[in-house]
Design a binder for this molecule. Sequence first.
Ligand SMILES: [Zn+2]
Length: 121
Amino acid sequence: MNSNKFTLISILLVIGAFILFLLSSFMDQYFIGQYTIANKIIMFIGLILLIASWGIYFMGLKQVKPQMTENVITVIACKNCNYREERPFMEGDYVFKELGSCKKCSGTSYIHAIYLVSVKK
Ligand SMILES: [Zn+2]
């Protein structure tokens, strides 16, 4: 959902840049030499819009990545009691990794299991 919004903004910026480039070439044809500075400014703004559209597009791509890891669940268990906790997988998680003291008792909590959840739409 979020990435679609970013894609839409980047497409709108590309369209804006395209219109500015058309306007610039139109001015070049009909007002030869008269609006050269304005022409260059319009071309420059068009170029900035194009670069911004790429930046927004890649920002959108980056935002999608963390959502992928939400489908991996890490199960935390305690060695002493029957405490169980599930949380999204984090980088560096592995089975039997010790995570310090338990939230329920003073025992040692560790990663009991890591599993994948099927993606729901
Ligand atoms: Zn415990």
